[in-house]
Design a protein around this ligand. Sequence first.
Ligand code: AHR
Length: 324
Amino acid sequence: MLKKITAAAGVVLLSVLTACGSGDGGTSSTNGGAKDGLTMGFAQVGAESGWRTANTKSIQDEAKAAGIDLKFSDGQQKQENQIKAIRSFIQQKVDVIAFSPVVETGWDAVLEEAKAANIPVILTDRAIDSDDDSLYKTFLGSDFVEEGRKAGKWLVENAGGPVDVVELQGTTGSAPANDRKKGFAETIASKPEIKVVASQTGDFTRSGGKQVMEAFLKSVPKIDVVYAHNDDMGLGAIEAIKAAGKVPGKDIKIITVDAVKDGMTALAGGEINYIVECSPLLGKQLMELAKKVKAGQDVPKRVVTEETTFTQEQAKAALPTRQY
Ligand code: AHR
């Protein structure tokens, strides 16, 4: 059971974009030659979500605006494709390699190759799990544990009795899935009547969220809340809830992370109850960091993205000017 929804707030963000990419570790060059001579190889995770599409657009647009020659690769959610792309960037002797690691572990060998070739690496969006932090210059992205805490905090503040939660996890082994789960679990631990009764991966996709939610609706006797690690899985869950004859946002409350346009539209329309923002607009900061790294200037080891949260009322107000 949930009490009446109250507000929470903060500040918001910056600019927007266009897209493209190649699959399977192959790369495509977008700017056809850098004006200032900086070439960046970027190994993207894939195109699994609305967030990812906006992130790719941000990187491509801002590379163009900064005069950086961007060699872009779409890893199609596979670590081996990203490793292949990074190796190809090393062979091409790019100035800087940037990438968003699909999973946290298993990067040391290829990053040691980049280090041996004297090519600086920037992590963006997702972190790696490595004992050797000399393998990358900086990590630009969100605090995913904090995002999980914000989701849990809203539930703690709005839960008025026993609450059975089902969790739709992101890609297994990825930083956002690990961290959003952790932050949420540690926060709801303060209220023992809130229980996560089932938790499974939907791989950050809409179809994955729908499929897992359909299974939960059949197997879990009581579901009060869905906690989805991104909007796309939450939107898939909405389809499954409706098909089961229940009303999303009322019979089953929904909390998600991202705040992309489709998620915000569902929030403003009452089908999602709360969204924790995760900004995909990392392109501008990434290009600035790349220029500094190439010039041999010091950069902070960690750059955390500024983010907020949205209630239904706040989503209605934010939607007309939402950039992604
Ligand atoms: O790493 C960021 C996450 O990846 C986003 O929350 C999700 O939508 C995406 O697929």
